[in-house]
Design a protein around this ligand. Structure first.
Ligand code: PLP
Length: 400
């Protein structure tokens, strides 16, 4: 049987394996020195001031929502075109998700629609926005910052698809997606189909020291060991009134947190992968431009989303085409061992969100896009031969 070609896949080298083995032979399994090394390296790569490694991207989103004090009843704006976790983090905190449609040209949250929604709602209706760098295409975050400031909102950037993406802000300055220049917090995932694989893993980035410290605490049960932050008196802490210090064992759980720590061997894998992240992006861009060349003049295939753009860099977590007979192509590719995928079934049409009041027709652009989209294989270890095979099969189906 022919090897299955998935839409995305991790790439593990001997160097990665050695990095993990080194940790397994050492003293730390759960959070140890590799966590901070990974976080520092991630800051360097993305250009953020602070990074916090966590269990997975979903935990990262949850911690962000908690750090921003999302409360029951708080309304937060989310695009319908993303993985469900983008919306779910608000529900974990009891908040309400309000979907706002995508721009069909960019497939990103449409800032004009968000502005209309904000302007037509009573002041103070919304608390925040979660834009998504969908597929790897960077959101123009400076524009969202201006809008958010106008209406007093926070921003969590879901940058899971976009480590290594960049755009130019209004002043022409290059800004990396998730770098903390405009969003309050940004999050990444290290699930094997994403750019950097830890097995499971996630990262939060920010330039805000206060949020950083709060999230560090929430990552470990809401516990602090820093005497300068203690809230109990020394007497309550088991000291005597003449003590100037808290006993050595002492720590405080100051609020309700979670165990969202990443293990040290996962951090070692992530750090090792990060060293090749740039190579990976360049390979993804190569694959994308080869697909572009192959399909650009094909009237049956829409590839607007993927056209090369000079003013930004798409990190190409996904390579998406849109076509009428999407189901036919999907099945045909499967028969030929090409496991293309659909990203995504719109979140607002998931039964859970439908039960909260959403229905078909509410987000026409996301729904129209969903009816035609299919994500083709794109990952650094995809060989040229495999890509040519994929292109060949698509052409034979589409031109039939
Ligand atoms: C993968 C992904 C997540 C969730 O990350 P996990 O690490 O799988 O929990 C959230 N948002 C988007 C856009 C994603 O692609």
């Amino acid at each position: 049987m022919r090897k299955i070609i998935p839409y995305g896949k991790q790439h593990i080298t001997e160097t990665d394996i050695d990095a993990v083995i080194e940790v397994l032979k050492g003293d730390f399994l759960t959070q140890g020195p590799k966590i901070e090394e990974f976080e520092k390296a991630f800051n360097n790569y993305i250009g953020s001031s602070y990074s916090i490694a966590v269990t997975n991207g979903t935990a990262a989103l949850h911690l962000c929502a908690m750090a921003l004090y999302v409360q029951p009843g708080d309304k937060v704006i989310v695009p319908p075109l993303s993985f469900s976790a983008t919306a779910n983090c608000i529900r974990y905190c009891g908040g309400d998700v309000v979907f706002s449609d995508i721009d069909p040209e960019t497939l990103l949250l449409d800032i004009k629609l968000v502005r209309n929604l904000l302007s037509s709602s009573p002041e103070g209706t919304f608390k925040g926005i979660i834009p998504v760098d969908f597929g790897g295409r960077p959101i123009q975050m400076d524009e969202f910052r201006e809008l958010a400031d106008e209406f007093g909102l926070w921003i969590i950037e879901d940058a899971c698809h976009a480590p290594g993406a960049f755009y130019r802000d209004r002043t022409g300055k290059r800004q990396n997606s998730g770098n903390g220049a405009f969003a309050d917090l940004a999050i990444f995932s290290f699930h094997p189909v994403k750019h950097i694989a830890c097995g499971e893993g996630g990262m939060i980035t920010t330039n805000n020291r206060e949020l950083y410290e709060r999230i560090l605490k929430l990552r470990t049960h809401g516990i602090t060991r820093d005497p300068s932050l203690f809230k109990n008196s020394i007497l309550e802490a088991g000291g005597d009134a003449s003590d100037s210090n808290y006993p050595g064992w002492y720590m405080e759980m100051q609020e309700l947190g979670y165990n969202y720590r990443l293990t040290d061997f996962q951090a070692a894998l992530g750090k090792s992968q990060l060293e090749r992240a740039n190579e990976g992006i360049l390979r993804r861009l190569e694959i994308a431009s080869k697909y572009n060349e192959a399909f650009i003049n094909n009237k049956n295939i829409e590839i607007i989303f993927n056209k090369a753009q000079s003013e930004f860099r798409n990190a190409h977590h996904l390579y998406i085409i849109q076509l009428k007979n999407r189901l036919g192509l999907y099945n045909f590719l499967r028969e030929n061992d090409i496991f293309a995928q659909i990203h995504y079934f719109p979140i607002h049409l998931m039964p859970y969100y439908k039960n909260l009041g959403y229905k078909l027709g509410d987000m026409p652009f996301a729904e129209e896009y969903y009816s035609k989209c299919i994500s083709l294989p794109i990952y650094p270890s995809l060989t040229e031969e495999e890509q040519l095979y994929v292109i060949d099969k698509i052409n034979s189906f589409v031109n039939d």
